[in-house]
Design a protein around this ligand. Structure first.
Ligand SMILES: CC(C)(COP(=O)(O)OP(=O)(O)OC[C@H]1O[C@@H](n2cnc3c(N)ncnc32)[C@H](O)[C@@H]1OP(=O)(O)O)[C@@H](O)C(=O)NCCC(=O)NCCS
Length: 178
């Protein structure tokens, strides 16, 4: 468990598959700015089985309630070692700073535990909340990637953000794991 001040990040277990499948299949949770994804519980379970699939964490409040997910995965690159993160919260828990905290905990964890040069994230050009989260934890905008997401029947542009290890400098939140 990665402990923060208001939220913890807990590695997702097989038992979380139903909830994750529900979230990923929901336009309200996964968001209007992401490709629509209909995923079954059994498909969601496979996410935990392959070492190459995203590593999924459940974002929990201190009372143990599950409010969202945050994940990391390897970005294929011939030279550099890079990781990418993604996240989403249930609508009722947004706008309270929880995702910013979760993203900071994840960044601290990745730079402390993985030999990565850089962590990146992508977001739809209109997803201002996600862009704010990334900027608040120190990501910088690299540029627009043209026509990368197929959303609402159209190819749409996304923004690539990244943070280098030297920009992160030191852990801001993650002080202990249990
Ligand atoms: C993106 C998401 C995870 C953000 O979660 P959150 O808990 O609301 O984020 P936080 O509360 O930590 O911060 C949100 C920031 O965006 C700002 N914000 C939110 N909506 C905004 C809008 N429409 N316009 C401008 N700013 C906005 C908030 O004010 C806050 O910034 P501030 O602290 O400077 O005021 C959440 O909106 C979500 O789950 N969206 C659906 C899934 C998704 O899009 N995931 C990202 C895929 S790239």
């Amino acid at each position: 468990m990665l402990e923060g001040k208001n939220v913890n990040l807990r590695v997702a277990e097989k038992e979380d598959s139903s909830l994750l499948a529900e979230w990923f299949s929901s336009l309200q949770v996964f968001g209007e700015y992401n490709p629509i994804w209909q995923i079954s519980k059994s498909e969601s379970e496979k996410i935990h089985e392959s070492p190459n699939e995203p590593k999924m964490f459940i974002v929990e409040k201190k009372d143990g309630s599950k409010i969202g997910y945050i994940l990391h995965f390897n970005v294929l690159h011939t030279v550099a070692k890079m990781l990418e993160i993604g996240y989403g919260l249930v609508p009722t828990e947004r706008g309270k700073g929880y995702c910013t905290e979760a993203a900071q905990i994840m960044l601290d964890y990745l730079f402390l535990s993985k030999e990565t040069v850089c962590v990146q994230a992508t977001t739809h050009v209109k997803n201002i909340a996600s862009q704010r989260v990334l900027q608040k934890v120190g990501f910088k905008k690299e540029g627009i990637m043209r026509k990368r997401f197929f959303i609402q029947g159209e190819w749409q542009n996304i923004i690539l953000f990244s943070i280098l290890r030297e920009e992160w400098k030191e852990p801001k939140i993650l002080t202990r794991t249990t």
